[in-house]
Write a protein that binds this ligand. Structure first.
Ligand SMILES: C[S@@+](CC[C@H](N)C(=O)[O-])C[C@H]1O[C@@H](n2cnc3c(N)ncnc32)[C@H](O)[C@@H]1O
Length: 297
């Protein structure tokens, strides 16, 4: 599928696979419990038929529930993502396909669960929701989840003021950029969209659950995370203004600056880190999970 989407670039797809977190067992548990309740299927040994993971990337959320489904398909518009997902795949009942959220190549009323891990904001929503309605079984469910940094600090060195400074810096870099917008900031920190968006989704019984995902990262992993971020790359294109917005991060007289390296240096300065010590960071993400059922719509 021809696409010039950022995630189709080979180096970005490789950085995505290497540096993006996978979701935790806890996320799987919340989703599964909801699905079992909606489908009146409390028997934990009984498998569901079919799950589709939309905007699956290289499979960050696709095998989350692999033990509970007979068949799982991961769909992504980018060939590079699907190539890497297929290379990593160790499950015979999981297949990765290039395809669009808005035109799922899946039979009507055949799917028990559709998942969207950090991907819903990429699709044409009315078209995607029509597809979700078409392919879900009458008691099928749909879930959307995403994450944002909630705490970054060196392992064993926790200081709330510095955590806030670090968090503000990371948020500024990825999402807020130039036109600092308080509403946008609130939305981004909570989830991809604000509450009004989730209320407008044409499915019933919405439920929201927040969890914390903790990872131990090297500084290089933090660097890699930003390299895999579409928002960061968008920001870089607006070169001229970067000087202004990030004056507090960039060093003076730097003509050919590298924003990412400046950011990393700033994080090292905030925490007084010595690069040669190979400090480990404790990185906590807040994962917001939204759950919907087709029942009653
Ligand atoms: C931020 S990544 C999320 C990847 C993975 N699900 C995760 O949780 O990390 C968003 C993915 O959505 C895919 N995508 C964007 N637009 C799409 C569309 N219209 N249909 C299907 N996938 C799409 C991108 O190629 C990208 O791999």
């Amino acid at each position: 599928m021809e696409t010039d989407i950022f995630y189709n670039q080979k180096d970005v797809a490789e950085a995505y696979l290497r540096f993006r977190p996978k979701y935790s067992e806890e996320v799987a548990k919340v989703v599964l419990e909801y699905l079992r309740n909606q489908q009146d299927n409390p028997d934990a040994t009984k498998k569901f038929d079919f799950m589709v993971d939309v905007g699956c990337g290289s499979g960050q959320a696709t095998d989350l529930l692999s033990a509970h489904f007979n068949k799982i398909v991961g769909v992504d518009i980018c060939e590079e993502q699907i190539r890497l997902a297929t290379e990593q795949n160790t499950h015979q009942h999981i297949t990765y396909l290039v395809g669009k959220a808005e035109e799922l190549n899946v039979a009507e009323q055949s799917v028990d669960l559709i998942t969207c891990g950090s991907s819903i904001h990429w699709s044409d929503l009315p078209k995607f929701f029509d597809e979700v309605k078409r392919v879900l079984k009458p008691s099928g469910c749909f879930t959307e989840f995403g994450y944002w940094f909630s705490e970054v600090h060196p392992v064993g060195d926790k200081n709330d003021d510095l955590i806030k400074v670090t968090n503000d810096l990371l948020a500024k870099l990825i999402y807020l950029g130039p036109n600092h917008d308080a509403e946008r900031e609130k939305q981004v920190r909570g989830s991809v969209y604000g509450d009004h968006f989730y209320q407008s989704i044409p499915f019933t019984k919405t439920k929201h659950k927040s969890l914390i995902l903790t990872k131990i990262w090297s500084i290089d992993q933090l660097r890699g995370f930003f390299r895999s971020s579409a928002k960061y790359h968008e920001l870089l294109k607006r070169k001229k203004s970067i000087r202004e917005w990030f004056a507090d991060v960039l060093l003076d007289n730097q003509d050919d600056y590298n924003l990412l390296e400046a950011l990393i240096k700033k994080v090292e300065r905030i925490w007084d880190l010595k690069p040669e010590h190979e400090t480990k960071l404790q990185v906590k993400f807040e994962v917001n999970i939204f759950l919907f059922t087709k029942k009653g719509t």
